[in-house]
Write a protein that binds this ligand. Structure first.
Ligand code: HEM
Length: 398
């Protein structure tokens, strides 16, 4: 049980944790992967090599320690992380492993400060936090299993279609091997895909946004091919180059705390690059439900050859009186269209007036892009509560 004394002790050790910085995190992961190498099939080892994700767990634990008396402040983070964890099929027993290596890391790196009282306090605090995640994740697993077309863990799917959407983005339609129904999802959510690329020693799990409106039969993901041979492109290059129609992949049930919520208000979808994928799902859903309020879709990409879903977007927009505008960073042609701009997205240049006060804004794209858009929206008077965003990869707060 977590007592007030535990809380005081945990809080008093935060400066120690913070001063140890990356060394603590590195020690923790090295320890965990050498004792429990099976976890290399769960964690993105590229993130470990590039250091992208390695801070997340410790940052989350430190944030938790700071807010231990006000856990409500962390509830949206818990929701986001719990969804992410379920797409990796993280189970209660994994928390014991992480907890053990966390405590042993503290003991090994700060032997003097790590007294019996400190150990007891950190163990109680970790178990308390772990239980919050375990409970939320169990509820999500139960929901997925009980849903129409539902399942638990990994389910086998066949690539039933592979379509090049642009120079860099290819879609994969995934139909369950058993040909039974699939779970409906909320437009904007993602799916965890499990593959074993020829160039990897491990099973690799990645998340991709679902890029079509939910249907009962299949899922569609649309994947950007990352720089060839780059560590970050291990799975995307494998999917592009080696996975073809008829091949099998495993999928975890859909998850994610970023999704469209109908509020009978105008909607503005804003994306850059492959950030267009959740927007396609939202746009298709809006078109399918005959939304009466105005919809605007603003998209930025490198040039027209990298512009995915151009026709699909047009067919959703045209005929409904909705608006779409495009920014090509290095425009080469087709700039004569009224809704096509050159350079970076600049909301002051939008041809159609944006619903600044009454609209809901959904963003997805690189973090620097979204930071710039949030700044521009705020300068135009859009309130923060009407801005929703999805970050691909390790989370960032805008
Ligand atoms: C109380 C304990 C835990 C906390 C506070 C925590 C926190 C986090 C955070 C903050 C993220 C990043 C989420 C994002 O970027 O949106 C994350 C991701 C992740 N977590 Fe946890 N986590 C915990 C337990 C676990 C356990 C037990 C496992 C499995 C052994 C696990 C596996 C993962 C994986 C695989 C990712 C994705 C990151 C990657 O692949 O590099 N976590 N977690």
């Amino acid at each position: 049980m977590l007592t007030n004394q535990h809380i005081d002790i945990v809080k008093s050790t935060i400066p120690l944790l913070e001063s140890a910085g990356p060394a603590l995190t590195q020690h923790f992961y090295q320890r965990m992967f050498s004792h429990n190498p099976e976890l290399k099939d769960i964690f993105n080892m590229t993130h470990q090599k590039t250091g992208r994700q390695s801070v997340a767990l410790f940052e989350a634990i430190a944030a938790y320690a700071k807010n231990i008396e006000n856990l409500a402040a962390l509830s949206s983070a818990v929701e986001r992380i719990a969804h992410k964890h379920t797409s990796f099929n993280i189970k209660a027993e994994h928390y014991q492993i992480v907890g053990l290596h966390l405590i042993e890391t503290l003991r090994e790196l700060a032997p003097d400060a790590f007294t019996t009282e400190v150990e007891e306090a950190w163990t109680a605090a970790y178990l308390f936090l772990a239980q919050i995640f375990i409970d939320r994740e169990s509820a999500l697993y139960l929901e997925s299993e009980a849903a129409n077309g539902g399942w638990a863990g990994a389910r086998s799917f066949i690539v039933s279609d592979k379509v090049k959407e642009s120079e860099v983005v290819t879609s994969f339609v995934l139909t369950p091997e058993d040909n039974q129904a699939v779970i409906a999802y909320k437009a904007g959510q993602y799916i965890g895909i499990e593959v074993t690329p020829s160039q990897s020693e491990h099973i690799e799990i990645r998340q991709y946004s679902l890029s079509q409106a939910s249907n009962n039969n299949n899922y569609r993901i649309s994947v950007k091919k990352e720089g060839e041979g780059s560590q970050l492109g291990l799975v995307s290059n494998y999917l592009h180059d080696e996975v073809n129609v008829g091949d099998k992949v495993n999928l975890m049930p859909p998850a994610g705390d970023f999704f469209y919520v109908e509020k009978q208000r105008p909607v503005v979808l804003i994306s850059a690059g492959v950030g267009c994928t959740p927007m396609q799902a939202i746009l298709q859903q809006l078109a399918g439900t005959e939304k009466t309020e105005h919809v605007t879709y603003l998209h930025a990409c490198e040039n027209q050859t990298q512009h995915a879903f151009l026709d699909e977007t047009d067919s959703a927009i045209v005929g409904r009186g909705w608006a779409s505008e495009v920014w090509y960073n290095t425009a080469t042609f087709e700039l004569n269209k009224a809704n096509t701009h050159q350079g970076l997205m600049d909301l002051k240049n939008v041809a159609n007036p944006l619903p600044l006060e009454e609209g809901d804004f959904y963003l997805c794209g690189p973090v620097v892009f979204m930071e710039s858009i949030v700044k521009q929206l705020e300068a135009l008077g859009v309130s923060r509560e009407h801005i929703h965003y999805e970050v691909f990869g390790p989370h960032a707060y805008l």
